[in-house]
Design a binder for this molecule. Structure first.
Ligand SMILES: C[S@@+](CC[C@H](N)C(=O)[O-])C[C@H]1O[C@@H](n2cnc3c(N)ncnc32)[C@H](O)[C@@H]1O
Length: 236
């Protein structure tokens, strides 16, 4: 018995030695996050395009990006009670629940899928989040981008749709000039944002110890961006 415990202990220590400390901290934060999901009984399971009845030419499938990784990005944003964030393609609201740890005045979400929004509503009720509104809308036709100075996207749609959404955000800035930040996870349509000529990339968050091209990129509209600093890189 004692030998068995000793062997298991040895195995854990070897495991810890093999992993770099950043990965261990990430795993600890991840376990804490999974516990949060469990105790509140949240449904944040992925859903395919087929299950949702959505088209691949207009939408990406649902997966949750709320996480300790997103926290690391938000930790660096100097968020205050004057900030309003919209999760464009919020799905079941997982990212909204991570954003709720920060002092945003409003944390809103929109999604094309009514089914996902019903689950988001239940998740939000379970966590007693009060400063949050959900909109059932196609991001291409949403007309209230002017109400927000932060936009979050976790690869919600293909680049043809992104083009129209960025044009709408730019229109809202022209109508109501203001500093705007876009936080983009899995930034497949990065070029669309840069080629608009209205945003600079200011930050990038990369996984230095995982073999993935995934990252979070942060953009600011050009009049507000710290042009001469360039892109600041952080590891997740
Ligand atoms: C990868 S999930 C991200 C979910 C959430 N933002 C998060 O990070 O946890 C992408 C979401 O975008 C939504 N979506 C896809 N096309 C959309 C569109 N044209 N307008 C609004 N939402 C859309 C999908 O229904 C899905 O919930």
């Amino acid at each position: 018995m004692f030998h068995r415990i000793f062997r298991i202990g040895r195995r854990n220590i070897d495991f810890l030695r093999r992993r770099d400390s950043r990965a261990i901290i990430r795993e600890f934060r991840r376990a804490k996050y999974l516990f949060f999901i469990k105790i509140h009984g949240l449904d944040l399971h992925s859903a395919s395009l087929e299950e949702l009845g959505l088209s691949a030419t207009h939408s990406s499938y649902y997966s949750n990006s709320g996480s300790p990784d997103l926290e690391k990005v938000l930790d660096r944003q100097d968020i205050t009670a004057d900030d309003y964030i919209l999760d464009i393609g919020c799905g079941k609201g997982g990212a909204l629940l991570t954003m709720a740890q920060y002092p945003f005045k409003k944390i809103d979400g929109l999604d094309i899928s009514e089914r996902l929004l019903e689950i988001a509503e239940s998740n939000i009720r379970r966590t007693k989040l009060t400063n949050c509104a959900l909109f059932h809308a196609d991001a291409v036709f949403f007309s209230d981008y002017k109400n927000y100075n932060y936009f979050y996207m976790s690869h919600p749609f293909p680049c043809s749709v992104m083009q129209a959404v960025i044009a709408n955000i730019i229109k809202s800035i022209d109508e109501f000039p203001r500093p705007v930040k876009i936080i983009y996870n899995s930034p497949a349509c990065h070029n669309i944002i840069i080629d608009s000529g209205r945003f600079n990339q200011t930050e990038e968050y990369v996984y230095s110890d995982i073999d993935t091209y995934d990252s979070y990129k942060v953009y600011m509209n050009i009049s507000e961006a710290r042009n001469n600093i360039g892109i600041l890189y952080y590891s997740l």
